[in-house]
Design a protein around this ligand. Sequence first.
Ligand code: AMP
Length: 424
Amino acid sequence: MAQFHRIKGTHDILPQDARKWRYVEGVVQEVMQRYNFSEIRTPIFEETALFARGIGQLTDIVSKEMYTFLDRGEKSLTLKPEGTAPVIRAFIEHNLGEKKPVHKLYYISPMFRQENPQAGRLRQFHQFGAELIGSPAPEADVETIALAVDIYERFGLKQFTLKINSVGDAACRVPYKEQLQAFLRPRLDKLCRSCQERFEKNPLRILDCKEEGCREQTAEAPRITDHLCEACHHHFEAVKTLLNRLEIAFEVDHRLVRGLDYYTRTAFEIISGSLGAQNALGGGGRYDLLAEELGGKPTPSVGFAAGIERLLMVLEKENLLPEFQEGPDVFIATLGEAAKTWAIPAARRLRRQGFKVDYDFMGRSLKAQMKEANRSGARFALIVGDNELQAGEVVLRDLATSEQETVAMDTIDEMLRQRTASQS
Ligand code: AMP
C-alpha cells in the first residue's frame, strides 16, 4: 500500500515540539490576560462571503489563497484564513456591543491559506491575535501595540522592530489615492504585473511591494502621512506620543499600508532580525469600518495577528526556549507476576495523587525496564519484586544519582511527595 503523507505546507507537531507549543501558548495567554483580554474561539470554517466581504475582493488571500469548498447543501464554506472577520462576525451575532462599550478579545487558532509553502510560509499555520473592539481612542491602538510588544519581550526576544504608519480614513484616503495614482500613472509600465493589477483598486499596496523595480519607482511617491486630515493627523501624533511615553521604540514606515477600505489610521508590523525573507512576526492596525461592512453597527476597533511558527523559529534561533522536563515522576519496574499485578493499581493510585507515572507494557526483563525508565526521563524508579512485595516494601531509586533505598509501601506517596518537591 502506498504510504500517506501530510499535505504540502502543513506540519505534524510531534511530542518534542508540542511542549514548545504549549509553552508558547501559555505565555501568550498569560500576557493577554494581564492586559485583560478574554479568549474567544470561533469555528474553523465560515461562510465564504464573510471573508470575501470582510477581507475585500482584491487581496491575494481572497483572490487565490482561500481553501473554499461546497458542503453537501452546496453552501460555499471557507477554512478561516484570518481571525478578525470571524471575531467581528461573532461580536455582531451575539450582540456583544450591547453589553458593554469595549470588548477585548484574543484567540489562538490555526489558519489556512493556499500559499506557496516555504520557510515561514505554510498552508496551515497558527496565529495568536487580539481585537480591541469599540474604542476609537489612540489609547486603544497603543494598548494593542504594547500588548504585542510585551508578548515578544516576555519571551525574551531582542531583535525585533516595531514599524508604524497611518493609512488615514475614508475622508483623507480618497484624495491621497488619487495623488498616488497620478504619481504612478506615468510609471505604470515599470511596475510588476501584480502592481499593475493593483493600480486601479488597491494602489496603496503598490508601496508595500517587495519587488526591487517597484520599490525604485515608488521611492519618491507622495506619503500618506503628509496628506492626513486633521483628525487622522492628531490620532497618529497621539499614538506616537503614547508609545514614546511607554518607551516603546518604533520606526515610522511610509510603505506600511493596508490597502483595504475598512482599515483606518494606525497600521503596524513587528519584524524580526532573526528571520529570513518572511521576517514579519505579526501585524495589525485599526479597522473602524469593518463591523459595518459585516452588517453590524459602526464599531471602531483595532487589533493584530501574529504567527506562532515564525515566533518558534525565532525562539529556536535565539535560544530562548526553556529546558523541558517531560518524563514521568516515577517509572514502576517489576520482577515477577505478583509484582506486576501490584503495579497497575499502585500506578493508578499514585496518578490519582497527582504523580506522573508510567510502567512497562512489553513484558520485558527488569534490566530492560530499568533501561526504559532511564530513557523515559523519569526522576525515580520504583522497583518491586516478589520478595519486596511480601515484605511490604519497594526500592526507590533516584535515577539521576543512582542512589536507592528501601521504603515501606505505605510511605511511597509521602516519600515521593518530599522528593519531587525538593527537586522541582
Ligand atoms: P497577516 O494575517 O497576513 O497580517 O499575518 C500576520 C502574521 O501571521 C504574519 O506576520 C506571520 O507571522 C503569520 N503568517 C501569515 N501568513 C502565514 C503563513 N502562510 N505561514 C506562516 N505564518 C503566516
